[in-house]
Design a protein around this ligand. Structure first.
Ligand code: ME8
Length: 512
């Protein structure tokens, strides 16, 4: 089965910070989880490079827009490499393949009579790259997100007949039995969209006359395509809309879009309308997470108020940075991030719980059996219980994008195994019953192997390290794929008796 997942394409006027990282790591965790569950995954991310905002940012740096975009887009790629993001493709809206796609989409919509010319006057926020009605602004007439006053713009533009799709979109968002049901998570956000949709839809301008840095309309080269329309089409270009028809047929439609709530409207209303206009199937699911502040303030590079991927990795290491970023704030809620909060979670979940579990088992195995636990009895009870608990909760939470809950499930099971060790008190068995001690360690190792397989999506490198430490057999990804397919624990366990265990430095050193 195929699974097509996307992040937003990020504006290149900014560099990646923990907000962008959250969406991208969350998408990566889901993509890796689906791969482990034997899906053929296409994972798309990229950069949004046209429009007035990028044009202005490039001018401020005295660079041509293209050069500016090349440099900034490369920085996003570097950030995702650093965070071990396993994307299938990285789309840039200034690529030729995208230009061809956008031209084609606009031409089809125009040929179908869905595009018309109209004189228009409204308030435009360059930060959001969108028009606002006065009622959408705050009491000072400012945009809620940027806290700036939109400027009045008056143009003759090409409009899209968005209003004609109102009922069709409502039907697809509200009726789970509709064959093109578009699921929006969480419920609260879905209800907001439905409420807004019920108020009615106005036709929307699809072109700009005053913005040069964009893709010219195929039928009127004096105007460029509105940057949001250009941007949404990336999801089609990325899987080969024009350049690779077979690939497009294989992966379309999108199975999961991830983003924050700021851009949900575009994905749940404008994009579906474009797809319906083109006669293409709609995306299946949208996960919309909350918006994060840092120490109570908006994150912004110019305010010096950001946490960058590099800072995260320097402090916690790659895998811990990934884990902390996506599990600190409950999915769907807004939240405030701080270094203190991240470090607290690091120490609790990783140093004290997971790291301690692996280290105490290996220490006893080293001390008593020189890292080869002899064959005595293959007790898989603990592994079976671990497996059962995770199977029940973790899978559902992952499928609902509730990554913080899936991580809590993992933590509970790690605590469960740690408690079992307390109950068995293996340090007392050293003096009384070496056979029982060997059986206990064997059983802990199998439970840790199961935990490590569930950890793969969050911590692709450390999970493999744990697999080596416990002397587990076979290529971990392959073993995990088989295990997730049939949930069967091999008769001899994953780490056989007498396997060579490995000592290691501290997996997660405590941070003060
Ligand atoms: O909107 N908290 O790009 P963008 C949580 N180019 N998530 C955050 C965040 C924060 N403080 N800051 C950024 C655009 N994000 C368009 C998208 S898609 C066809 C076009 C994340 O660079 C979050 O995913 O402003 C949010 O939706 C996205 O970055 C906005 O990125």
């Amino acid at each position: 089965m195929k699974f097509y997942i996307t992040t937003p394409i990020y504006y290149v006027n900014d560099v990646a910070h923990i907000g962008h990282s959250y969406t991208t790591i969350a998408s990566d965790v889901i993509a890796r989880w689906k791969r482990l569950n034997n899906y053929d995954v296409f994972f798309l991310t990229g950069t949004d490079e046209h429009g007035a905002k990028i044009d202005a940012a490039s001018k401020a740096k005295c660079k041509t827009p293209q050069k500016f975009c090349d440099e900034m887009s490369a920085k996003f790629k570097e950030a995702w490499k650093l965070l071990d993001i396993s994307y299938t493709d990285f789309i840039r809206t200034t690529e030729h393949r995208h230009l061809v796609s956008v031209e084609k989409v606009i031409q089809i919509l125009s040929d179908k009579g869905l595009i018309f010319k109209k004189k228009y006057e409204s308030l435009y926020c360059v930060g959001c790259e969108r028009f606002y009605a006065q009622k959408d602004l705050d009491e000072n007439g400012c945009c809620h997100l940027h806290q700036t006053k939109p400027t009045l713009q008056s143009e003759e533009n090409y409009f899209f007949k968005l209003s004609s799709f109102q009922n069709a979109i409502l039907e697809r968002i509200t009726n789970p039995n509709h064959e093109e049901y578009l699921e929006i998570q969480p419920e609260e956000r879905r209800n907001e969209i439905i409420g807004k949709l019920k108020l009615g839809l106005e036709d929307i301008s699809f072109s700009r006359i005053a913005v040069e840095w964009g893709i010219p309309l195929p039928f009127d080269k004096r105007q460029t395509v509105y940057v949001w329309v250009d941007a949404l089409i990336n999801y089609m270009t990325g899987v080969g809309y024009i350049e690779n028809e077979n690939r497009f047929k294989k992966y379309w439609p999108v199975d999961a879009h991830l983003m924050a709530k700021d851009i949900l409207w575009f994905h749940s209303v404008i994009f579906p309308a474009i797809l319906m206009g083109l006669g293409l199937p709609l995306s299946r699911k949208i996960y919309s997470h909350g918006f994060f502040t840092l120490n109570g303030s908006k994150m912004s590079k110019s305010l010096g108020n950001v946490i960058s991927p590099q800072e995260l990795v320097d402090k916690y290491g790659v895998d811990a940075a990934r884990y902390l970023t996506v599990t600190l704030i409950p999915f769907g809620s807004d939240g405030d991030i701080s270094w203190e909060g991240l470090t607290l979670k690091y120490n609790e979940d990783l140093a004290n719980n997971l790291g301690n579990l692996v280290s105490r088992i290996i220490k006893i195995a080293e001390k008593c059996f020189d890292l080869h636990v002899p064959y005595v009895e293959q007790n898989l009870e603990l592994a079976k219980n671990t497996s059962a608990i995770l199977k029940e909760n973790f899978i559902v939470n992952m499928d609902n994008g509730q990554l913080h809950k899936a991580a809590q499930d993992l933590q509970s099971v790690i605590t469960f195994v740690n408690r079992q060790i307390e109950t068995d008190a293996p340090w007392k068995l050293i003096k009384t019953d070496m056979n029982k001690l060997a059986a206990c360690i064997y059983s802990y190792l199998q439970a840790v192997d199961i935990i490590a397989m569930y950890l793969i999506p969050f911590m692709p490198t450390i999970s493999k390290k744990i697999w080596q430490i416990t002397g587990a057999r076979g290529d971990m990804d392959e073993v995990a794929k088989k295990y997730f397919l049939d949930s069967i624990i091999p008769e001899n366990g994953f780490s056989p008796s007498n396997a060579q265990l490995q000592v290691f430095g501290i997996l997660f050193p405590r941070i003060c």
